[in-house]
Design a protein around this ligand. Structure first.
Ligand code: NAD
Ligand code: MG
Length: 412
C-alpha cells in the first residue's frame, strides 16, 4: 500500500454506534444551514429524543429566532444558548427577545463556547468549510459524541482530530451519507474482515456534459443538483466531483483504510449510499431515499433506527440500479484529492483551501467551472508537503494556500 495510515482509525471498527437514551442534549453548529435545519426538523419530530441546548449561525438571526421559537413550542428546547458569529448580526441578536436571553459573545469565541458547552451529550457540526475544524477539536477534547457533517474538519485536520478524540474520549459518528452508510455496514465488524470500501457518487448535474458544455457551465446549472438539496458550496463540490474526493480522504481518516482500497463508483440514483467489501467477497450496502435526516438521526441518537417520516424506496417501481466508472479526465478534482490525500498533512489543507476559494469565486461569477480544478492544481504545484502537528500550523498553511489560490483568481 502506498498510503500512510492514520495512527488509529477515528471510527472504532468492531464497535457500535452506541444508543444514547433520549433526550440527547445536543448543540447544533450551523443551525440555519441545510444540515442545521434538517437537524431542527428531527428535533421537532422527536422532542423527547433530541433536545437542543445550543444553536449557532453566522448571520441569519431572524431565521434562527424562528427555529428557536418552534423548538420551544414543542418542548425540544428551553432557553438554549445562542452564538452569532458576525458582529453586526450579533448586535441584532442582542436586541431580539428570544435570542438575547442566553447569548454567547460574537466571533469565534462564542462559536467555540457553544461547541464546548457543559452538560451536553452530542455536538452536531453542520458548519461549512475549514471554519469547522476548531469547534470539532473543542467538542472532541470535551469527550462529546460528534455527529460530524463538516467533512472539511477531517480533510484538513484528520490527525489533530484523532488526537483530540483520544485525549477527550469522544466518539465521531459521520453524518455524510456515504460514511454513515459505511458505519452502518461496519457496525460490530472487526477490522481484519474488511477488504475495501466503495463510495457512491451521484455524478452531479453535469455528469454527462462534454468539455465545451462544462467550460460554459453557469452557477445556476451547477446549483441544480439532481438528487440532493444542499448548501451552495457542497453542491458545487458535487458537480466537480471534489465532494467525492474530499469524501475519499474522509473515509481514509475515519476508517483507517488505505487509499488504494477506497473506490468510487458513479451511481446516478443515489439509492445505494456506499458499500463495504469483506475479505470473502461479500458486499454490504446501505440503501434508502436521499434524505440527510436518516444519517443525522442515526448519528445523534445511535443505532436505534428511530421512526422517521421520509420517502421509502419502491424497488419494484425503481426496476434497476445503475453504476459507472467516474471520468477523471472531465472531472480532475477526484484525482487531485486522492493525490493530496496520499501526500497528507499540508497538501490536504492546500487542496481544501484552494477549493474553497475557487468555489467562492465561481459562485461570485468570477471564474468558470473548469477554472476550479485549474486553480487547485496550480496551488498544489506551488505547495511543499509538510506534516501538521497543531492547529496553529494548520491554520497558517490554510491562509498561505488561500493566498496562493487568490493570486490565480482574476480580480474584478
Ligand atoms: P450551508 O451553507 O447550508 O450551512 C452552513 C452553516 O454554517 C450555516 O448555518 C452558516 O450560518 C454557518 N457558517 C458558514 N460559515 C461559517 C463560518 N465561517 N463560521 C461559523 N459559521 C459558519 O451548508 P450545508 O450544506 O448544511 O453543509 C454543512 C456541512 O455538511 C458541509 O461540510 C458539507 O460538506 C456537509 N454535508 C452537507 C450535506 C447536505 O445535505 N447539506 C450532506 C453531506 C455533507
Ligand atoms: Mg456525501
Amino acid at each position: 500500500m502506498t498510503s500512510r495510515e492514520p495512527a488509529l482509525p477515528l471510527y472504532h471498527l468492531g464497535g457500535r454506534c452506541r444508543s444514547i437514551p433520549g433526550p440527547v442534549r445536543t448543540v447544533l453548529l450551523g443551525a440555519t444551514g441545510s444540515i442545521g435545519t434538517q437537524t431542527v426538523d428531527l428535533a421537532l419530530q422527536h422532542p423527547g429524543e433530541i433536545r437542543l441546548e445550543g444553536l449557532t449561525t453566522r448571520s441569519r438571526v431572524a431565521d434562527l429566532a424562528v427555529l428557536v421559537k418552534r423548538l420551544e413550542d414543542v418542548g425540544a428546547a428551553d432557553r438554549p444558548w445562542i452564538s452569532v458569529l458576525d458582529i453586526d448580526a450579533h448586535a441584532a441578536a442582542a436586541a431580539d427577545p428570544i435570542l438575547s436571553r442566553r447569548l454567547l459573545p460574537p466571533g469565534e469565541d462564542g462559536l467555540l463556547a457553544a461547541a464546548g458547552l457543559e452538560g451536553v451529550d452530542c455536538v452536531v457540526n453542520g458548519l461549512v468549510g475549514a471554519a469547522g475544524l476548531a469547534p470539532t477539536l473543542v467538542a472532541a477534547e470535551r469527550g462529546r459524541r460528534l455527529a460530524l457533517a463538516n467533512k472539511e474538519s477531517l480533510v484538513i485536520g484528520g490527525g489533530l482530530v484523532a488526537e483530540a478524540v483520544r485525549r477527550g474520549g469522544a466518539e465521531v459518528i459521520p453524518v455524510d451519507s456515504e460514511h454513515s452508510a459505511l458505519a452502518q455496514c461496519l457496525c460490530g465488524r472487526s477490522p481484519e474482515e474488511l477488504e475495501s470500501l466503495i463510495l457512491t457518487a451521484s455524478g452531479g448535474p453535469c455528469r454527462d456534459w462534454d468539455a465545451v458544455q462544462l467550460a460554459n457551465a453557469s452557477r445556476a446549472d451547477v446549483l441544480a443538483h439532481p438528487t440532493w438539496e444542499m448548501g451552495p458550496k457542497i453542491t458545487v463540490d458535487s458537480a466537480t466531483l471534489m465532494n467525492k474526493g474530499l469524501e475519499v480522504i474522509e473515509a481514509h481518516v475515519l476508517f483507517g483504510v488505505a487509499y488504494d482500497a477506497i473506490d468510487v463508483v458513479v451511481h446516478p440514483g443515489s439509492v445505494v449510499h456506499s458499500l463495504a467489501v469483506f475479505r470473502d467477497g461479500a458486499m454490504m450496502a446501505q440503501l434508502g431515499a436521499p434524505d440527510m435526516r436518516v444519517p443525522l438521526l442515526y448519528a445523534i441518537t445511535g443505532e436505534r433506527h428511530l421512526p422517521l417520516a421520509t420517502d421509502r424506496i419502491d424497488l419494484k417501481a425503481l426496476g434497476a440500479l445503475r453504476f459507472a466508472a467516474p471520468d477523471e479526465e472531465r472531472f480532475p478534482c477526484l484525482r487531485l484529492a486522492r493525490d493530496a490525500g496520499r501526500a497528507g498533512g499540508r497538501m490536504t489543507i492546500a487542496l481544501n483551501a484552494a477549493n474553497e476559494e475557487a468555489v467562492a469565486a465561481f459562485l461570485a461569477d468570477r471564474v468558470g467551472f473548469l477554472d476550479i480544478p485549474r486553480i487547485i492544481a496550480s496551488t498544489l504545484d506551488s505547495t511543499e508537503p509538510a506534516d501538521v502537528s497543531d492547529l496553529e500550523t494548520a491554520l497558517a498553511y490554510d491562509r498561505e494556500a488561500r493566498r496562493l489560490a487568490k493570486e490565480r483568481i482574476p480580480t474584478l
